[in-house]
Design a protein around this ligand. Structure first.
Ligand SMILES: Cc1cc2nc3c(=O)[nH]c(=O)nc-3n(C[C@H](O)[C@H](O)[C@H](O)COP(=O)(O)OP(=O)(O)OC[C@H]3O[C@@H](n4cnc5c(N)ncnc54)[C@H](O)[C@@H]3O)c2cc1C
Length: 387
């Protein structure tokens, strides 16, 4: 294995794997990817069968970025010959008590030409009888929403990067990054590598790598979980019959059709602060009871015995927006933080990171994702519930 490259991607979760792929389209064998665990491990943020992809966002730049994400995924699908995005349709349920701003979502979609249907309670019951809500809940249906096949997509990005000549190495924890002769020297797993340009895509471990640049972001890492439930009526919840759905409040419930396991998938945000090195892997039983109760109350034919629960991590920024930018003082080093909702964008984020390093600019509007924005300069103002 050679030890000198033009580009090094540090961290091979969902976003780093995508960056390797898009860099390799231009730079082939000049791309190195380093991962501290085995490729495809389940200790970070990007594991499991599915993630929601949607155009329903609360600002115009996010809706436009989502539109670009669909196009980027199509390019990867064309290159890999695999279907990675399943359009199931997406239902957003708006309860009366929500603190989220529905008009911000609808206006942003309208400004970007994204079609959607507003469903009053009666229309919701008529079109989607699987769901049972009272008259205080209405919905928005957006037909392009669906799921990204997360494990498959990560594998596709890495497989295609290797096909293009990239070197991806697992079990290589990065211990040190030093600036040397205008480039970087990376000490990892007992070896030393040189690279002219860097992508930092370390998810919950971001600040550990930023420390080598004397930088720190006010990030919060939380422990989350998703549950699979063995409905006796699985066929009614197949992707062609049952949309992805989101209960639109802050600590929300959300769910998927049957995909990847023999059960419907449901989750409720936990926002339980943790540390990526000392976290446990045990599910929270109250969260499991809550999601089973939600199914029994609102999607009763999907209710059934718990198949299993899988835990994972989330990395939060104080304002909920990504970091996707050059490091201050380092024009040849870019950093991404997914801020809890980046998987759907993985491919366009990978393309954008590659553009920043290869072309020096990107057509994507990433102005809201600057490293030096005010909300990241302040000490993190965290108000996450403990528990
Ligand atoms: C339960 C759950 C549900 C979610 N649902 C959705 C959804 O529906 N839609 C959506 O769009 N997003 C969703 N997300 C968010 C999305 O999955 C994440 O934003 C995204 O996966 C982040 O990817 P990442 O590559 O930044 O992080 P990770 O996947 O954690 O990757 C970071 C990688 O860097 C490696 N690394 C770190 N430090 C080092 C080091 N020193 N040396 C070498 N390697 C290192 C890590 O081992 C890891 O593999 C969800 C997340 C969770 C947990």
């Amino acid at each position: 294995m050679k030890d000198s490259f033009t580009y090094a991607v540090l961290g091979l979760g969902g976003l780093g794997s995508a960056a390797c792929y898009w860099l390799s389209r231009q730079a082939g064998g000049d791309v190195l990817g380093l991962e501290q665990f085995e490729l495809g491990h389940g200790r970070g943020e990007s594991h499991d069968h599915s993630r929601i992809i949607r155009k329903t966002y609360h600002t115009v730049p996010y809706v436009r970025f989502a539109q670009q994400a669909y196009a980027a995924w199509e390019a990867v699908e064309a290159d890999s010959g695999e279907q990675l995005v399943l359009k199931t349709g997406e239902l957003n349920f708006w309860p009366e008590k929500t603190t989220l701003d529905e008009s911000a979502y609808n206006d942003s979609m309208a400004a970007c030409g994204v079609a959607y249907d507003s469903l009053d309670p009666a229309e919701l019951r008529r079109r989607f009888p699987q769901f049972q809500f009272d008259d205080t809940v209405h919905a928005v249906y957006q037909p392009d929403g669906g799921l990204v096949a997360a494990i498959k997509a990560n594998e596709a990005h890495r497989r295609l990067a290797r096909r293009n000549g990239a070197t991806l190495v697992d079990n290589m924890p990065i211990d040190e990054i030093r600036q040397v002769n205008g480039g970087y020297e990376i000490a990892a797993g007992g070896r030393r590598f040189q690279a002219e340009k860097l992508v930092i895509a370390a998810g919950p471990w971001t600040n550990r790598l930023l420390a080598h640049f004397g930088l720190e972001l006010p990030l919060q890492v939380t422990h989350e979980q998703v549950s699979y439930v063995a409905s006796p009526h699985l066929e009614e919840f197949a992707p062609e019959r049952f949309p992805v759905w989101i209960w639109m409040i802050h600590d929300n419930y959300y769910g998927f059709p049957v995909y990847g396991a023999a059960g419907v998938k449901i989750a409720k945000d936990r926002f339980h602060p943790t540390h990526p090195d000392t976290r446990g892997f045990e599910p929270d039983e109250k969260n499991e009871r809550d999601v089973l109760r939600f199914l029994a109350d609102h999607i009763p034919r999907a209710a059934g015995p718990l198949l299993y629960t899988k835990t994972c991590l989330l990395t939060h920024t104080p304002d909920g927006d990504f970091v996707l930018d050059r490091l201050p003082g380092h024009p040849n080093a870019v950093c991404v933080v997914g801020a809890t909702h980046a998987f759907k964008f993985a491919s366009v984020i990978g393309r954008t990171l590659a553009e920043l390093l290869t072309d020096g600019e990107t057509p994507a509007d990433i102005s809201a994702f600057r490293f030096d924005r005010n909300t990241l300069a302040l000490p993190g103002v965290w108000n996450l519930p403990q528990g």
